[in-house]
Design a protein around this ligand. Sequence first.
Ligand code: ZN
Length: 394
Amino acid sequence: MHWTELALKKAGCGSREEFQRKNGLNLSGRWDLPTCRALWPWLPGYVLHRMEPGQTLYQVAQRYGSSVQQILAANCGLKDRPLLPGQAVQVPLDCMVVPWDAPFGSQMQEIFLEGLQARCPYLEAKALTKTAGGRTVWALRLGTGPRRVLLTAGHHANEYITSVLLWRLLEDYCRSIREDVGLFGFSGRMLFRRTSLYLVPLVNPDGVDLATGEIEPDSREYTAAQDLAATQPQVPFPSGWKANLQGVDLNLNYPAQWERVKARKPRRPGPRDYPGPSPLSQPETMALADYVRRIHPDLLAAWHTQGGEIYAADGQGRIPDENLARKLASASGYQLCSVPPESEGGGLRDWFLQETGKPAFTIEAGRGENPLPMEDLRQLYEENLPIFALLLAG
Ligand SMILES: [Zn+2]
């Protein structure tokens, strides 16, 4: 899907002509600059409006199909000061920032981030690191509470639907805070005060851009990946790709029984299962491990696909918070399982459990074959909203 198609959909228009007509633009029959300029704000879902002399917020809301309440929520302190001509005001448009069917990749993630920050000024973002391909790994923070919860997704390239899922859940959480409505029956504002949410929604942007087709087949990155893929010809390319673009499986690169993992896995970089030359050899895993050491989470969850299973136990079969684990399973319909021996070690969860002994979950969301199609996102959302809310509530 081209960006214009997605933006038209968000604007509620079936065609370019309809959009031009609705917005009082010239019916030029092409993508001229004024049309592109008017359409672009629908991607992040907000307009930066300059106040005109004598203009009220109500008039601005009317003009963009927004509401005064939404504008006030998106602009800290706007209520307390008089409006000045020329003053810039963020106006949320009447659409979701994270739609059900967006073509996903690292660039779309930047748009999600911009759009959610424009609606929810409390959402903080920090660049954890740059990947070898120059893409940013983002960490987000939302909430002021003493409980610290770290959620991650997108370690594995062809499991990118988990990243979109966390962005989708985050948008709903932001809304529940802003509008004081429930999130799976919990008050968003209560969760905000109880818990500090730390979120790394896309750990592997290089790999995800390959698996989603964002990297052009004639590019150097693509052909380099193709060469690595030749070491494992049985893995479909690029749809079966799990690693980063250095050919390292990031969720086998953490220092938890790493030598044992290394002994039974491929010895060369490839599309999947290579644990790397040494633990934390990759910028993504190094940055995430540093982040964990800095923020000291009380709980960690890592999203993967698929199988409809939750792993909660450590290597000895002990579950740090069995009560919560059972709640997650019964609310989502996923099964609480012990980790299959061949999947043990090298993962973020393994390392976190080994270092802290605190609750840590792997969520194997959805059912089917990776990559799960984006049409599965609604179903995934239904199953994982309770998990997300229960993890925040504790
Ligand atoms: Zn995975």
